[in-house]
Design a protein around this ligand. Structure first.
Ligand SMILES: NC(=O)c1ccc[n+]([C@@H]2O[C@H](COP(=O)([O-])OP(=O)(O)OC[C@H]3O[C@@H](n4cnc5c(N)ncnc54)[C@H](O)[C@@H]3O)[C@@H](O)[C@H]2O)c1
Length: 351
C-alpha cells in the first residue's frame, strides 16, 4: 500500500532491509528515495525495490522537498549529523540504534527535534517483540509490583561484527556496549519504567581478541584495527533505589557458538519475570505456593517492521515518538558512565 508520507532511507546495505517491509505495510508511508555513499549498493537496492530517486549524497536526500520521513540506517557516527540536518530541514526522523554514541550528540539531536517540532525515534526493535510486549503489559498492570533489581545480558561466544564500522571507535563510538548493550539496556529500562540512573560502576575487558589466531564466527580473523572493548559489565543504581547488573560481550567463553544469549530477569515485590522465556514468578504467602505463569506472546509481526509502522502511525496521528530520544539519552548516559568508570576505576555519579 502506498501512503501520503514519503520516506527517504539513508544507508541501504544492512539493517535498512528490515525496515522496508514496515514502510511497505504501513498505510501511511511509501519509500520514494534512497541514499548511500556506496554507488554499487545504492544502484542494486534501487533496482531491487524499483526506486528511481537515488542519492549518493545523503544531504541531497535530506533536501528533497517530497520527503516527510528520513530513516537513518548508516554506521553510528553519522547518525547525529544526518538526524540534525534532517530535523533542520523539517523532516521526521527514525534513526537506528544507538541514537548516537555520546550523550552530547543526543542532547544536540533533542535540541534539533525541539526546534523543528518533528518526531525523532530510536529504532529499538526489541520493544516491538511479541514476548516483550506481552511482558510489558503485565508489568504495566502491576503484576511485578515495584521492580527493585534487574539482571540483563547480551553475550556472544564468537559474534563480533569485524567490519570497521563496528570495531573502529571512530565509526562506531564503542564496542558491544554501543552495538548490543543499547538493545538489552533499552529493553530493561523500558520494563523497569525508566527510573533515572544515578550511579554506574563498570569494567571493560579486551582479552580474547588479542590471543593468537583469534577469530569471530561473524567475520573471520580479528582485524588489527580493532580498538573497542570486547566485554563490559556494570552495576547501575537508580533514583528509585532499584539496581541493575548488566553484561555485554561479542567474544566470551559462554554457551552459544552461533547467535547470542540475550536475557533479562526482573525482580519486584509482587513477582519476578524472565524474558524471553516470558515467565512470571509469583508467590502466594497464604497458601505457600510458588507459581510460574507462562505468558502468551503478543502477535503482530516482525519487530523491525512494527517499529517503522508504529513511527508512521505516530507521525500520521500527530502523537509522540514511540521511543522518545530522552530514553535513549539515559541509555547512552549509562554506557558513557560505564566507560568512564572503567577508565577511572571508581563509581561514576550521574545525579
Ligand atoms: N536494530 C538492529 O538489530 C541492528 C542490527 C544491525 C545494525 N544496526 C544499526 O544499523 C546501523 C547500520 O548498520 P548495518 O549493519 O546496516 O551497516 P552496513 O555497513 O551493512 O550498512 C550501512 C550502509 O550505510 C552506508 N553509509 C555509510 N556512511 C554513510 C553516509 N554518511 N551516508 C550514507 N550512507 C552511508 C554504507 O555504504 C552502507 O551501505 C548501525 O547504526 C547499526 O548499529 C541495527
Amino acid at each position: 500500500m502506498s501512503g501520503n508520507l514519503k520516506v527517504g532511507v539513508i544507508g541501504v546495505r544492512g539493517i535498512a532491509n528490515t525496515h522496508f517491509p514496515g514502510w511497505r505495510d504501513s498505510p501511511h508511508t511509501e519509500v520514494v528515495a534512497l541514499a548511500d555513499v556506496d554507488p554499487d549498493v545504492l544502484a542494486a537496492k534501487g533496482a531491487d525495490l524499483g526506486i528511481g530517486k537515488l542519492y549518493q549524497d545523503p544531504y541531497a536526500l535530506i533536501a528533497d522537498p517530497d520527503i516527510a520521513i528520513v530513516d537513518i540506517c548508516t554506521p553510528n557516527m553519522y547518525h547525529a549529523p544526518l538526524a540534525i540536518a534532517a530535523l533542520g530541514a523539517g523532516k521526521h526522523v527514525l534513526c537506528e540504534k544507538p541514537l548516537a554514541p555520546t550523550p552530547r550528540e543526543i542532547e544536540q539531536m533533542i535540541e534539533a527535534r525541539d526546534r523543528s517540532g518533528k518526531l525523532l525515534m530510536t529504532a529499538q526493535h526489541f520493544r516491538f517483540d511479541g514476548a516483550a510486549r506481552a511482558m510489558k503489559a503485565q508489568i504495566d498492570a502491576g503484576r511485578l509490583g515495584q521492580v527493585y533489581h534487574a539482571r540483563s545480558w547480551m553475550l556472544r561466544r564468537s559474534g563480533a561484527p569485524t567490519r570497521p564500522t563496528f570495531i573502529e571507535k571512530k565509526h562506531s563510538g564503542g564496542g558491544p556496549c554501543i552495538d548490543i548493550g543499547v538493545h538489552i539496556l533499552d529493553l530493561t529500562l523500558w520494563m523497569m519504567g525508566h527510573p533515572k540512573p544515578v550511579a554506574v560502576s563498570g569494567v571493560t575487558q579486551d582479552r580474547l581478541r588479542r590471543l593468537p589466531g583469534a577469530f569471530s564466527n561473524w567475520g573471520g580473523p580479528i582485524p588489527a584495527s580493532w580498538d573497542v572493548e570486547e566485554f563490559a559489565a556494570a552495576f547501575v543504581r537508580f533514583d528509585t533505589g532499584a539496581t541493575l547488573v548488566l553484561e555485554v560481550s561479542w567474544l566470551l567463553n559462554h554457551p552459544k557458538t552461533h547467535g547470542e544469549d540475550m536475557q533479562m530477569w526482573l525482580y519486584g515485590d509482587k513477582g519476578g519475570a524472565h524474558w524471553p522465556a516470558n515467565v512470571l514468578l509469583q508467590t502466594d504467602n497464604a497458601t505457600r505456593q510458588h507459581m510460574d505463569v507462562q505468558l502468551q506472546n503478543k502477535e503482530g509481526g516482525e519487530p523491525h517492521a512494527l517499529e517503522c509502522m508504529a513511527f508512521a502511525d505516530a507521525v500520521a496521528a500527530g502523537k509522540p515518538s514511540p521511543v522518545p530520544a530522552e530514553q535513549s539519552l539515559d541509555v547512552i548516559r549509562i554506557l558513557d558512565a560505564l566507560y568512564r568508570s572503567a577508565t577511572e576505576g571508581r563509581e561514576v555519579r550521574l545525579d
